[in-house]
Design a protein around this ligand. Structure first.
Ligand code: ZN
Length: 333
């Protein structure tokens, strides 16, 4: 059922419907703009409430409904299928909840699944960071669902198992309990006005962490809040070719987002053009601090992706929509 149909069927007054409608779109816009920013912080209870609300307003063949209910990976050839923001993943593996230099956060979401290449990368990076960046270890946020695909809450991308969110909070020197991992807040390193980092929380180790990640050849892009990019532009010396990979984006003040390039053997993975050369510190960065970016006018988000909008091979990874036979055009490759 669509949001409109649902509200037309259940509402008793036009005024109440329009208020609900506006509230829903404001909520959806916040998710879309945040790219997981605001909702990445949500506790387990808040996350469950958001999922229920999105489910209630989504058509049964919405890709996020079908992929969101899969709780195990598809045991098949490893393959990132499609684009970062329109695709799926077969043969996913999970990042273990604990490693020598990492801890998986928000475990109740079941989003620590990824392409084996990404999972191995995160494990390697985590172990190098204490010596290389003075960073004790990674608190790992959302990676992907067991079969990738769109999620009920947060994230336009993270669909093919090659994106990972890393908290801007250093790993504590003890193991957090599962309950703590679902509840504690991450560190916001951006000042309240969004114009720069917050000197009370931003440290030299944050810069070294981002540099260590960006220097990795497998990393295609790293998304951060524009205020973080501004700080890196100011604090980085002349050896700054790695800065081209640091891309400003909405949200990303509590976590940053690592995106790997398509692995060489994954023929179905859509390659993204590399970021433009240069450090990205000039006029293109200034735009991020204009009124239209800091305080954008509300607008309805795009319609949710249907299963048919994803690459055909993705249909074989999920069960049929409720009450329907699975419609697959042509053969599944
Ligand atoms: Zn992300």
């Amino acid at each position: 059922m669509t949001a409109t149909k649902s509200m037309a069927a259940s509402g008793t007054s036009g005024w109440r419907n329009s208020v609900r409608h506006a509230a829903f779109w404001a909520f959806a816009l916040a998710i879309w703009l945040g790219c997981g920013g605001a909702s990445a912080q949500d506790t387990a209870g808040q996350e469950a409430a958001r999922r229920a609300m999105v489910l209630a307003h989504s058509p049964s063949d919405a890709a996020k409904v079908l992929f969101g209910r899969e709780v195990t990976p598809k045991a098949a050839q490893v393959q990132a299928i499609g684009a970062y923001e329109r695709g799926c993943l077969s043969g996913a593996v999970a990042l273990p909840a604990d490693g020598p230099n990492w801890q998986v956060m928000r475990p109740s979401r079941n989003r620590a699944w990824g392409h084996p290449v990404l999972i191995a990368f995160v494990e390697r990076l985590a172990q190098r960071l204490p010596a290389e960046a003075g960073w004790p270890g990674l608190l790992v946020g959302d990676i992907a669902q067991p079969r990738g695909g769109p999620m009920l809450t947060g994230h336009g991308s993270h669909q093919i198992g090659l994106d990972a969110d890393i908290w801007l909070t250093p790993m504590p020197n003890r193991r957090l309990s599962p309950a703590e991992r679902d509840e504690i807040a991450a560190t916001d390193v951006v000042a309240a006005d969004g114009m720069d980092v917050d000197p009370a929380t931003w440290t030299p180790q944050h810069r070294r962490l981002l540099e260590a990640a960006a220097r990795e050849p497998m990393v295609a892009r790293i998304f951060v809040n524009a205020a973080i990019k501004r700080a890196l532009c100011r604090e980085t010396g002349p050896d700054r070719a790695w800065m081209s990979k640091i891309r400003p984006w909405w949200g990303h003040n509590y976590h940053f987002h690592i995106r790997l390039s398509c692995p060489s053997g994954d023929a179905e993975c859509h390659r993204q053009a590399p970021p433009p050369p240069g450090d990205g510190c000039g006029r293109e960065l200034d735009w991020w601090f204009t009124e239209e970016v800091l305080h954008p006018p509300p607008s309805p988000p795009a319609k949710p992706l249907r299963l048919a909008d994803l690459p055909r091979a993705c249909a074989s990874l999920v069960g049929a929509p409720a009450g329907q036979a699975l419609q697959v055009r042509g053969s599944v490759q």
